[in-house]
Write a protein that binds this ligand. Structure first.
Ligand SMILES: [Zn+2]
Length: 312
């Protein structure tokens, strides 16, 4: 089992990791948390090697990744620059631990893998997050990568104090969002997947996150998307407590409105580019937009989880 928070020494970075299935509102939550004093939102940083280093996609600040001053400084400090061969190595290492492994491999085998053939990978992650903390001056890094296996690898790094925000959304709403095609200007379209595949992923992600982190109460907070958008300040308070951040209520939140500034989020929903005051509300279009047959199929596949999280 990963070390508990109190056993970690020389922590260079406290990470709030948003785990869950895609289209659950993680980009908005990440950005909102990134507005807190001393916090920085970096988006889906698991994709930094593919989308940032190799793909040179647009950063949340609207600069091409290779030209973003923030990320250049981070990679200069951590790795003496941005290197394609290193990115390819990191992507290969990520593939050694897919999410399903966390359900099928004993924990001692997983830990051995991380401290054996994946040692370099974990050490590189440590350097990356340490550099983000140093360059930004932030004490808390908000990472919306969502993948459980990536969180598991981060948790193995001695210098990273990982805390998990388990974000859940009604799987019928996720399915509707996944089946809708949406532009992600300036780099093509978001992927589209069907109700069965969506249901399988939803079950797997939530089951893994709950079974591994759900029993570590000091490192874990469950947040439903629907509760977050109904009462954003309540949701943010529950996540904030993970980082033992007891500062006064933030000024960027007022009831239903969140004021978002620019960010350097690596990847995620296209709304990572929006700035200014936005009104938060639940997207309920799925109720009429997702065909009844698909709603029934998702309910059939996801029923135990839907009951557990209050959706059935
Ligand atoms: Zn940037």
């Amino acid at each position: 089992m990963a070390p508990e928070r109190s056993e970690k020494t020389d922590k260079a970075a406290t990470v709030i990791y948003i785990g869950g299935w895609g289209r659950s509102g993680s980009t908005l939550l990440c950005r909102a948390l990134g507005q807190l004093d001393g916090w920085i939102a970096v988006g889906e940083i698991r994709s930094v090697w593919q989308d940032g280093i190799l793909g040179n996609y647009t950063c949340g600040c609207s600069a091409p990744f290779h030209e973003c001053g923030f990320w250049r400084a981070v990679f200069d400090l951590a790795f003496d620059g941005m290197h394609a061969d290193q990115a390819e190595h990191m992507i290969r290492a990520q593939a050694l631990m897919p999410t399903w492994r966390l359900l099928t491999m004993p924990e001692r085998v997983l830990r051995r893998r991380l401290s054996g053939r994946m040692t370099d990978y974990v050490a590189a992650l440590e350097r990356l997050y340490r550099a983000i903390a140093e360059v930004s001056g932030a004490s808390v890094i908000v990472d919306s990568s969502k993948y459980p296996a990536y969180a598991y690898a981060l948790d193995a790094a001695r210098e990273i104090d990982l805390n998990l925000c388990h974000l859940v959304r009604d799987p019928r709403a996720c399915t509707f969002s996944w089946t809708r095609r949406r532009k992600t200007q300036p780099f093509g379209k978001m992927k589209s997947i069907g109700p069965v595949q969506n249901s399988l992923h939803w079950n797997q992600r939530n089951r893994v996150l709950r079974s591994i982190w759900g029993r570590r109460s000091r490192q874990y907070a469950l947040l439903r998307y629907e509760d977050f958008v109904s009462h954003p300040s309540e949701g943010i308070r529950s996540v904030r407590s993970l980082a033992e951040d007891a500062l006064a209520a933030p000024g960027f939140l007022s009831d239903k409105d969140i004021t978002l500034g620019p960010s350097h989020m690596v990847a995620g929903n296209p709304n990572r580019f929006e700035t200014g005051r936005i009104t938060v509300r639940e997207d309920r279009e799925w109720i009429t937009g997702l065909p009844a047959r698909d709603q029934a199929m998702v309910r059939l596949f996801c029923f135990p989880g839907m009951r557990m999280y209050g959706y059935a």
